[in-house]
Design a protein around this ligand. Structure first.
Ligand SMILES: CC(C)(COP(=O)(O)OP(=O)(O)OC[C@H]1O[C@@H](n2cnc3c(N)ncnc32)[C@H](O)[C@@H]1OP(=O)(O)O)[C@@H](O)C(=O)NCCC(=O)NCCS
Length: 172
């Protein structure tokens, strides 16, 4: 049965922050280093949590970073303004809460939040085998670029542009 859920934005000072940490360790421990270690420390990160029956059942966390340096490339500018992206580094929903649209809603709210933060795009990397994640991203219209990452791990970059203003207008 589907139960209602709420999405809230929390930061590290939120009194229930540890509940996010516990959910992360339970559902997606492989993502924990991206939250608790150095990777995105240099940049401001944002967290959206999904609450169901007042429990944390899902989350999405992203850092707002310049586009380029993470890929060891120079930062990119448009009309003298440095471009930033919302880089998703943690995203999961507790197994018993999946299939109710929570993951999709977390992605949609990330897109809205990233727009409000002035980001040029939303970006994420996902290895093959994350079929539900790939389905959500492709359904929402993310562009996709397959790539071999690090030590031969096949995966895809997903990119959602936020300032669509092409000579053809909005496509789709
Ligand atoms: C990815 C994840 C967050 C999705 O959460 P969720 O709340 O179940 O997502 P939703 O209910 O919004 O949508 C799931 C969609 O995936 C689809 N789906 C589920 N399993 C699938 C599969 N094996 N292959 C293809 N599509 C699948 C569902 O049908 C649904 O699509 P629909 O709305 O068009 O029917 C969740 O599966 C999860 O935590 N996975 C493990 C962690 C993970 O892979 N995170 C991504 C890190 S890169």
């Amino acid at each position: 049965m589907k139960t209602k859920y709420l999405i809230e934005e929390w930061n590290e000072t939120h009194p229930r922050w540890h509940e996010f940490g516990a959910c992360l360790e339970l559902v997606a421990p492989e993502q924990a280093p991206f939250v608790f270690e150095e990777y995105y420390r240099a940049y401001q990160s944002y967290l959206l949590v999904a609450l169901q029956s007042n429990e944390v059942v899902g989350f999405i966390r992203f850092a707002v970073q310049p586009i380029g340096p993470e890929a060891k490339c120079p930062a990119l500018y448009l009309n003298g303004v440095q471009l930033t992206e919302a880089k998703i580094h943690a995203f999961a929903v507790r197994e018993d809460a999946r299939g109710q649209g929570i993951g999709t809603e977390l992605q949609k709210q990330t897109i809205q939040r990233a727009k409000a933060l002035g980001c040029y795009q939303v970006a994420s990397y996902s290895s093959y085998g994350r079929d539900a994640n790939h389905h959500i991203k492709l359904s929402l219209g993310f562009a996709v670029q397959p790539e071999v990452h690090g030590d031969n791990q096949q995966g895809v970059y997903f990119i959602m542009p936020l300032k669509i203003n092409t000579p053809l207008g909005i496509i789709g």
